[in-house]
Design a binder for this molecule. Structure first.
Ligand SMILES: NC(=O)C1=CN([C@@H]2O[C@H](COP(=O)(O)OP(=O)(O)OC[C@H]3O[C@@H](n4cnc5c(N)ncnc54)[C@H](OP(=O)(O)O)[C@@H]3O)[C@@H](O)[C@H]2O)C=CC1
Ligand SMILES: O=C1O[C@H](COP(=O)(O)O)[C@@H](O)[C@H](O)[C@H]1O
Length: 527
């Protein structure tokens, strides 16, 4: 059985003797607890040919967060509540301030009202001590660019002086760009032109580029001002608990690690159906569509997390980056005619702001091939869409048939599933004997809710990633090389071969045509 034994060679990190017993005695829970110990990573420092690792990063004594796009949708729904979550957990620096910046003119109090409303509307609700937050908040209007910095430089100087009354520590300045992608380069140039780049950390929202060409151009413009170590390209799916647990459960546990390859996995499904409408973001959506919004960004990053080779260490950001980059660069460019189904929900063209003949996709299903030794021949099925039948976020590793006496009798494949919505779940779809007098088989599911892991306290993705930026830990941020791989694989879908979107009924699982992609299996979450 050459295929079965060959897979041992894949996992350099795993041992093939004796370890199995240990791995099976309570390891999953231990692994999850270890994963929560922060900080996970150390910074690699190379002098000559000797590499050492600085001990874990620590929080700066003082920080100023400048939130560009502070009056926008993302800032209100995600970023402001996340900053407050970091504060509530005691993970903010001892001395900190927040400066909101947008193009509109507001006074500080009007912006504080918006911050209060954003916290009130968040899952955690308004904190009792909301004044503790609002007292640290300022606003700088007039936008920000090299040509016209608006009010920001003046407000920043006042905030620095204010902080200097509390601490001698030089504050870390964290610029968070929650602005439309067209504003990324102008703001980056502005940071250079107005002396705000040095020593700062800069977070760029997604999408960081909208095509291979625009990505290369943007990254070039950004790198004229910032060093790579200062750049934090965010993809909040990498901050989700379920996604972060993938490599811990895999590398901490021989049961998973040894089977994580084409030797045992027949296909991988990464399924993110959404029941959300798009009417409230129609300008953005009509210009972007489902594939560009979700596939080349979030779902490719999650696929990279699943497909990566074992990094040398989970405590070295550079090693994790290298492993994720290698995985993304192994993605074969999509073949739209064979491997992509686009959809548009019926009624989309009736939404105000949508062109009557719009060909924008609100649904996309993709069969992606990963040309690495580990995954060659294993399709990665990625699916997402708006106004679908359900909201879910699930990775399913569909396991191949067993080499034993049961093969012909099993109709439901065994599976390893990771649910990465909310606090996340690990699920095992296992064939067991149907309890009872006869020898028949059933498929059951064992579920580990990550919320129940002893000592665990799930953190939201944006809070987790903002905390990482404060620490200077770039492990969960994307690199230019990885994005280059993603845009290269995605490029054929942006050319003449892009298929026309097929209509689907709102509340359904999308166009029937997409059923052929996972064959001989079906989409695990529904048709
Ligand atoms: N909304 C979401 O769910 C998600 C959004 N994103 C990304 O986040 C970014 C923002 O999206 P979203 O919040 O939806 O967009 P919105 O259109 O709701 O908000 C954009 C914000 O950017 C501000 N802005 C524009 N140009 C400048 C500038 N030069 N300087 C300072 N502020 C500026 C606007 O200010 P004003 O209104 O005053 O002009 C506004 O506050 C986009 O890159 C998007 O792709 C990513 C994930 C999810
Ligand atoms: O970036 C985006 O992500 C959301 C889904 O994020 P989640 O936090 O709800 O998992 C998606 O709805 C949106 O279209 C996209 O821009």
């Amino acid at each position: 059985m050459p295929v079965r034994s060959a897979h041992r060679a894949f996992d350099g990190a795993s041992s093939s003797s004796g370890v199995a017993d240990g791995s099976l005695s309570g390891m999953p829970v231990m692994a999850a607890i270890v994963a929560r110990e922060r900080p996970l990573c150390a910074r690699a420092v190379t002098l000559g040919n000797v590499t050492t690792y600085e001990s874990p990063q620590s929080l700066p004594e003082a920080a100023i967060v400048v939130l560009y796009g502070a009056t926008g949708d993302l800032a209100s729904r995600m970023v402001l509540p996340a900053i407050d979550e970091v504060r509530r957990r005691g993970l903010m620096p001892a001395h900190w301030r927040l400066v909101g910046c947008s193009t509109g003119r507001l006074d500080d109090d009007a912006f504080r009202d918006r911050v209060a409303a954003a916290l009130e509307g968040s899952e955690q609700g308004t904190p009792d001590d909301v004044d503790e937050v609002l007292g640290r908040v300022r606003y700088a209007g007039g936008g920000f660019s090299a040509e016209d910095p608006g009010d920001l430089p003046g407000v920043l100087n006042e905030v620095r002086e204010d902080l200097a009354g509390e601490t001698d520590a030089e504050p870390l300045v964290l610029h968070f760009l929650a602005v439309p992608p067209g504003a990324f380069a102008p703001i980056a140039r502005g940071l250079g032109a107005h002396g705000l780049a040095e020593g700062a950390r800069v977070v760029f929202e997604k999408p960081y580029g909208t095509s291979l060409e625009s990505f290369v151009e943007l990254d070039g413009a950004v790198k004229e001002v910032l060093d790579e170590e200062q750049i934090f390209r965010i993809d909040h799916f990498l901050g989700k608990e379920g996604v972060q647990t993938i490599y811990v459960m895999r590398f901490a546990n021989q049961l998973f690690g040894s089977e994580w390859s084409r030797a045992s996995v027949e296909q991988v499904q990464i399924d993110v159906p959404e029941d959300l409408d798009v009417a409230n973001r129609i300008g953005f959506y009509e210009a972007t569509g489902a594939a560009l919004d979700m596939i080349v960004t979030h779902l490719f990053q999650v696929a990279g997390q699943v497909a990566m080779e074992p990094p040398r260490s989970l405590r070295e950001p550079a090693a994790i980056h290298q492993a994720r980059e290698d995985a993304l660069r192994s993605f074969r460019p999509l073949e739209p005619a064979e491997d992509v189904v686009l959809g548009q929900f019926e009624g989309y063209r009736d939404i105000e702001g949508v062109a009557p003949d719009s060909e924008q996709d609100t649904y996309v299903a993709v069969r992606l091939w990963v040309d690495s030794e580990r995954w060659r021949g294993v399709p990665f099925l990625l699916r997402t869409g708006k106004r679908m039948a359900a909201k879910a976020q699930r990775i399913t590793l569909v396991l191949g048939p067993p080499y034993g006496p049961l093969d012909p009798e099993l109709d439901t494949p065994n599976s390893i599933q990771i649910d990465f919505s909310g606090s996340g779940e690990v699920r095992l779809g296992i064939t067991v004997k149907t309890p009872g007098p006869d020898l028949t088989y059933s498929s059951g599911t064992a579920v580990l809710d990550l919320d129940d892991v002893p000592g665990g306290e799930p953190i939201s993705p944006y809070a987790s990633l903002i905390h990482d930026v404060l620490l200077g830990d770039r492990s969960l941020f994307t690199t230019a090389e990885a994005l280059q791989g993603a845009f290269t694989a995605f490029a054929p879908l942006q050319g003449d071969a892009r298929p026309a979107p097929l209509p689907y009924v709102p509340g359904s699982w999308g166009p029937e045509e997409a059923r052929r992609l996972p064959a001989p299996h079906e989409w695990f979450l529904g048709q």
